[in-house]
Every structure is written in C-alpha cells, then in structure tokens.
Design a protein around this ligand. Structure first.
Ligand SMILES: [Zn+2]
Length: 156
C-alpha cells in the first residue's frame, strides 16, 4: 500500500500544479500517471469542413466568454479545461460538433442526446451542434454552468 498524498491539506483544493513535459497536459499531482496524448487542436481542425471549423471557433468563443479555459486536446476530442477540471469537450464531425458539457445538475432537455451521472453532483450531457444558431441563450447558460464546474466554483 502506498499513501503518497497523506500530507495533503484537505482544506486547500488541488490546483493544476504539474505539466507533463511530454504531452503538455496539466495535472493536480506531480508525475500523475497517464497516457501521453500529443494530439493538438490543429490536428482536430485539419481537413475539416470550413463551416464546421467556424462552428468550433464560435463554440470556443462562447466558452471563453463564460470563463477562462485552456484547450486540453486528446485524440477523441478537444477538451476545455478550467482551473480545476475539464468541463467540456467537442469533436468535429462532417455535420458539426459532437460534444459534452459537465453540469452540476441533470438538465432534462431534448437538446441533449444522452445524460449520464459522473458523480452524484456531476452529470455529463452529450450534445450535437450543427449550426451557430443553436448557441442561443439557453445553451450559453449551460456553457456558463459547465465553466463554473471547470473553475471549481459553487454552482448554485
Ligand atoms: Zn504526458
């Protein structure tokens, strides 16, 4: 049995302290074991329909309006990472964006294809966006909630 983090002060939430020198991802713990993934945002955009690329940038802009983020691209998708955790991700498809938002509550909307509990207080909401029109006030509100999850802020 190994207890490497016994001395961690439980009153101070972990920040993203360590950047893997190989893949550039940030972690709460130094030398966090993980699979290095050197996928870049450019890898995701390359060869895609310009309309879908534009939709991606519109989505990223909306996430940026909600709060600070850094891209956390992996092969499966481009993640959006706040100070505390990754809170959203999208991949570019032929028709648009397929992605998810981590929300602190279950939002029963037909706009989400699938909702799965991640923890008792965190639900992964899967969506498909095919047009920038769909980034309306309702959707931007969800992005705002997800961003707060990413920053580790209280969400209600
Ligand atoms: Zn790595």
């Amino acid at each position: 049995m190994i207890h490497p983090s016994k001395k961690t002060d439980p009153s101070s939430p972990p920040l993203l302290m360590w950047t893997c020198p190989t893949c550039g991802r940030k972690f709460h713990r130094s030398k966090q074991p993980h699979v290095c993934d050197t996928t870049t945002v450019e890898d995701h955009l390359r060869g895609k329909d310009p309309a879908v690329v534009a939709l991606f940038h519109t989505f990223a802009q909306a996430v940026g309006d909600a709060g600070p983020y850094e891209y956390a691209p992996i092969k499966a998708q481009v993640g959006f990472q706040g100070h505390r955790r990754i809170f959203a991700g999208v991949s570019l498809t032929k028709r648009g964006l397929e992605g998810y938002l981590d929300l602190p509550r279950r939002v029963d909307s037909s706009r989400f294809r699938n909702i799965a509990p991640y923890t008792r207080r965190l639900f992964v909401h899967h969506f498909v966006l095919t047009s920038a029109d769909q980034l309306d006030a309702e959707f931007l509100g969800w992005i705002q909630e997800a961003s707060q999850v990413g920053q580790g802020l209280p969400t209600r």
